[in-house]
Design a protein around this ligand. Structure first.
Ligand SMILES: Nc1ncnc2c1ncn2[C@@H]1O[C@H](COP(=O)(O)OP(=O)(O)OP(=O)(O)O)[C@@H](O)[C@H]1O
Ligand SMILES: [Mg+2]
Length: 240
């Protein structure tokens, strides 16, 4: 049985003269990993910003748990259970990895000690326990990406939106993040939407793939079908 956990209905976004999202509609199925592809500027990050409320859509509705979340403040949407990582890693550079995660944990824990304890467990999940005392600014890129995922997970999301966390990483680092994202999905029951230009990576973890082009949905379906879709190949994979 497939239940929609999130429903995006006719979402439209314009920036000055630019039509960044064109009547986008789709359902996110509870428990799935939905991969999102599309050329630069296709509207992928704009879609995520619309969902988490950082840049609400101009029109349309987004349904989560039976309510339209468009117009709710970002912290309410986060409390309801939707978390997002950003395309450019956002951590506090002058704080340790542990404190970066503990700060996020303070949203759900009442004492600093409890927040630190929760943060240690989360760092361990992401393989960062050896870096707990390292300042974020001294972490290599792969570990900074993992740290951002750890921070997002401290919100205990039911839906996690992941925006290009694998950019700039080598194949071994990509595989490591993929394994951990799959564990977040399977062991911790989090539904994922993952924006990624790395098709090999997306094909490996996605139950379905949504292809965006010029702000519109070009295709939505099984990875093997979407990767063979004529317009997707023309728009994205750059083959005649
Ligand atoms: N806040 C904003 N104000 C004005 N224009 C914006 C804003 N956010 C996005 N855009 C524009 O909307 C279009 C879609 O941008 P978006 O960042 O969603 O693309 P993307 O698919 O995530 O691309 P990339 O793969 O490069 O990250 C782009 O032309 C971008 O310049
Ligand atoms: Mg983007």
């Amino acid at each position: 049985m497939s239940t929609a956990i999130l429903k995006v209905v006719d979402v439209d976004q314009r920036f000055a003269g630019l039509h960044a999202l064109k009547h986008v509609s789709f359902e996110l199925i509870e428990g799935e990993i939905l991969g999102i592809i599309g050329p630069n500027g296709a509207g992928k990050s704009t879609l995520f910003n619309a969902i988490v409320g950082t840049v609400p859509p101009a029109s349309g509705s987004i349904w989560f748990d039976g309510r339209n979340i468009v117009g709710l403040p970002t912290h309410r949407i986060a409390e309801l259970g939707i978390a997002k990582t950003s395309q450019t890693v956002q951590v506090f550079d002058e704080m340790t990895a542990l404190d970066n995660v503990a700060v996020a944990a303070l949203l759900s824990q009442t004492t600093v000690a409890a927040a630190r304890a929760a943060a240690r467990g989360e760092l361990e999940f992401w393989g960062l326990d050896g870096h707990a005392g390292t300042l974020a600014q001294d972490l290599p890129l792969a570990q900074r990406s993992l740290l951002e995922l750890a921070r997002a997970m401290m919100l205990h999301p039911r839906v996690l939106l992941v925006d290009e966390v694998m950019a700039g990483l080598n194949e071994i680092e990509v595989d490591d993040i993929l394994d951990r994202l799959m564990r977040v999905n399977r062991e911790r029951g989090v539904t994922l939407m993952v924006i990624e230009h790395n098709m090999r990576a997306l094909m490996k973890i996605s139950s379905r793939i949504l292809a965006l082009d010029y702000g519109a949905v070009l295709a939505l379906g099984k990875p093997e079908d979407v990767s063979r879709h004529k317009q997707v190949i023309e728009a994205y994979l750059g083959v005649e």
